[in-house]
Ligand binder design. Sequence first.
Ligand SMILES: [Zn+2]
Length: 461
Amino acid sequence: MNDLLVKGAAHLWTGLRGAAMRSSIGADIRIRSGLITAIGTLAPEPGERVLDAAGCVVYPGWINTHHHLFQSLLKGIPAGINLALVPWLAAVPVPYRRFFDREEALRLAARVGLVELMLSGCTTVADHQYHYYPGMPFDASAAVFHEAERLGLRLVLCRGGQTVARAMSDGHAPPQAAPETLEGFMASIEADVRRFHDPSSFSMRRVVSAITTPNWSCRPEELKPMAREARRLGIRLHSHLSETHDYVRWAREVHDCTPMEFVERHEWVGPDVWFAHMVHLDDAELKRCAETGTGIAHCPQSNARLGSGIARIPEALALGVPVSLAVDGAASNEAADMASEAHACWLVHRARPGPFGGNAAAMTVEDVVHVGTAGGARVLGLDGTGTLEVGKAADLAVYDLDQPRHFGLHDPAIAPVASGGRPTLRALLVHGRIVVENDAIPGLDMAQLRRDAEAFVKLML
Ligand SMILES: [Zn+2]
């Protein structure tokens, strides 16, 4: 691996909180064997490649902790564009699953989603891949890992699926949404762990046990065996929770408790568990998240798009809940990139009424960067990533502020979050390797990717 010096950036954000957020000792970064070995004002050393970052702003790579990559070819489907979660599920992801019964289709969707994320400065992706069913004709886990590896990204495969068929409004689901047995589901996760899981701090591949929802995708008595098996295997747990009022109503009506109480009864809380959304949490549930270290994948754009609500993230942060940022699937978030997500995160909490409402300091740019980088590393347990510090992996985005929207800024460091839009990348590095240079992915034929995506959309139509 090349010895590298990222030289001349105007600003460096570390991902840490408080005064340590902005580097005060200089913004040059020395990289050896994929790791940061020095930060400061540094002179080039013999044999070292210098990456010119003059005028740029350097952030840690974004860590996206909840996605459904297969949905990357299901953006803006008219039948679902104005629907709430449950009717939207019945109109978009469920019926369209039948188009993803070929490996090439899943691979193409994953490629589109990963490329979109990379160009927004994202270096780690947790894909909640739930497209599995009995007799599936290809290896979906290997396909997604392979696409991420080709592009050079870290991938956390959250192996979802269902052991109970979830009846949609028309009372039936396609064969691609048929349930697995609990034994089959768990055996497949164990096999994925054996094949792909690397528990190290700098891991490029992780596997997580991630039934699609604890409410509707399995029987309650199956949750405890799943949790225990995951802990025996040394992997994390992930799922959706409290995205809409339906979760709250279901827990109250069926189990006479809150959704957090329900998952806690079944041992699905702890620092090795994170849930997507968590929009509708009461005070006691927020407190329990903090006490147990249970994490949140905050998806402000998807929550707004589906009309689900605004998660209580400022309160969660104040209590010390592990909070991360995520795009959710592109079928409920037409631009599934981390730059848009960070911008939305910065804005929505300021607009929300309530104890922090009307408060322009409810969510600062510093909060957003911390949540989207260090926060993601924490919930995924990727200790070697998420901040720009000596000894950490060189996962970083070098943003070139070369668009009119950035001209005239008094504090250019905030531009990638506060200005909105997608800032162009001078470079994106994952473990010291340049995976984006001058806003392009070396070796990727973007025109071909567009043609392939258009052809697949035409086929579905
Ligand atoms: Zn989701």
